[in-house]
Design a protein around this ligand. Structure first.
Ligand code: AN7
Length: 410
């Protein structure tokens, strides 16, 4: 193992060469994680980071890519961290921030993972890539595969993917296959294909993808002037992102760049909440949800593959998990749009719905610094808006009609 990083099993600790095409431990079947060999020196990396653009690749020392000239990038990362005073007032909290991942090239945080994952596919000599998806992963993979010149296949649950995401996968030329089943069933099939065919799997079970996503933590630290928040609230579906962000904070800590770690808070939709139920009810065994249902189709997932990593992240960080109803999600989406000018898709709004619920339950102190991760752009799912709001009024094209209308609707 000559590389500066390697793969390790989170269950039995087995180590693997990073050039293996492997998604689970050969020995015990558990999830894999990327680890870096040698001491990562605080002063050394921080000074290099400071000189680079604010994108995922600013943090190259802690990313698992060997040949930087082969990076497949669309300028992902560097999303804004907005302080939300009006939202904070609503929840009686003083230091609320939202990280707007909808600003990424394809409109979600998945691009952070795909720039690393697709670069890795090229490094490993793969010609074809695939994923199952509730929408954003397929949109992102389709775009990055196009840029890399790779063949791309995406499996999506029939009729349950937001319109904007479906359009993205189609326009980027992916082979889009609708599966008569849910995300969990689609993932199972694609995992099987990738285990037996020369097709590279880019779901979040792929540990390289999560490496890209952990840069959310690095950026928050950068944007808070080298401070770490008290709490980070993340919507949870397949549970890769919350695990990745926690890994990022732990790496900052290990490099001596922070002395503090945040509490990780995972939010699931009521109808798709196996992890929140497992943690809240202190179950001995996780109970997957056979027929997950929620308006936030991105997180309509019943058997999250990364559940073990996510439970660890929440427990190690002294965090918690909570559920929110569809109504709470849609109301948080409206609140963000109308009080803060930020339009997110329902899954992204779940983080803010969770914030409001936890504030009501007095589980967040007024002065705490809290960051909500807004995972995807609102334009991804226009239908959900059309269902909730009435159509704009229509008038004849003359001033009289306008004045009359305004007097009727002042
Ligand atoms: C907007 O695209 O799983 O807990 O296939 O699109 O890391 O799964 C999407 C997930 C949150 C949950 N917010 O993240 C997919 C997919 C948005 C998302 C999540 C997703 P994970």
């Amino acid at each position: 193992m000559s590389e500066r990083y390697y793969l390790t099993c989170i269950g039995c600790g087995s180590k693997y060469d990073p050039n293996n095409i492997i998604y689970k431990c050969y020995r015990c079947g558990d999830l894999l994680s990327v680890e870096y060999s040698g001491e990562v020196m605080k002063a050394e990396i921080a000074s290099k980071w400071n000189l680079r653009d604010f994108t995922v690749w600013r943090y190259a020392e802690l990313l698992p890519v060997s040949d930087k000239s082969k990076i497949v990038s669309l300028g992902e990362g560097g999303t804004s961290l907005n302080k939300c005073v009006r939202l904070g007032c609503e929840a009686s909290l003083k230091n609320i921030y939202v990280k707007n991942e909808g600003e990424n090239p394809t409109g979600s945080f998945k691009d952070r993972g795909m720039t690393v994952g697709v670069t890795k596919a090229l490094e490993l000599g793969m010609k074809r890539v695939a994923c199952a998806s509730t929408g954003n992963t397929s949109a992102s993979l389709a775009a990055y595969a196009a840029r890399a010149g790779l063949e791309c296949m995406v499996l999506i649950p029939s009729g349950k993917v937001a319109f904007g995401k479906l359009i993205q996968a189609i326009v980027h030329g992916a082979k889009v296959i609708q599966v008569k089943g849910n995300f969990d069933e689609a993932l199972k099939i694609v995992e099987e294909i990738c285990a037996t065919q020369p097709v590279y799997l880019l779901n979040s079970i792929n540990p390289y993808r999560l490496e890209g996503q952990k840069t959310i933590a690095f950026e928050i630290w950068d944007q808070l002037h080298h401070n770490v928040p008290d709490k980070v609230i993340v919507p949870v579906g397949n549970a890769g992102n919350i695990s990745a962000i926690w890994k990022g904070f732990k790496e900052l800590y290990a490099a001596g760049l922070t002395e503090k770690l945040p509490e990780m808070i995972g939010i699931q939709a009521e109808g798709a909440a196996p992890i929140a139920t497992f943690i809240r009810e202190r179950l001995e065994k996780i109970r997957f949800v056979e027929k997950p249902e929620t308006v936030a189709t991105a997180i309509r997932i019943g058997s999250p593959v990364n559940w073990k990593k996510a439970v660890r992240a929440i427990e190690e960080s002294n965090g918690l998990a909570e559920t929110v109803s569809d109504e709470e999600i849609l109301s948080a989406q409206r609140l963000l749009a109308q009080r803060e000018g930020i339009f997110v898709e329902p899954a992204g709004a779940a983080a803010v719905a969770g914030l409001i619920k936890l504030a009501d339950m007095k589980l967040i102190d007024r002065d705490e610094v809290v960051v909500c991760i807004l995972t995807g752009h609102g334009l991804k799912d226009p239908d959900i808006i059309l269902k909730q709001f009435s159509k704009p009024v229509e008038i004849e094209a003359d001033i009289g009609a306008l004045i009359k209308m305004l007097s009727l609707n002042p």
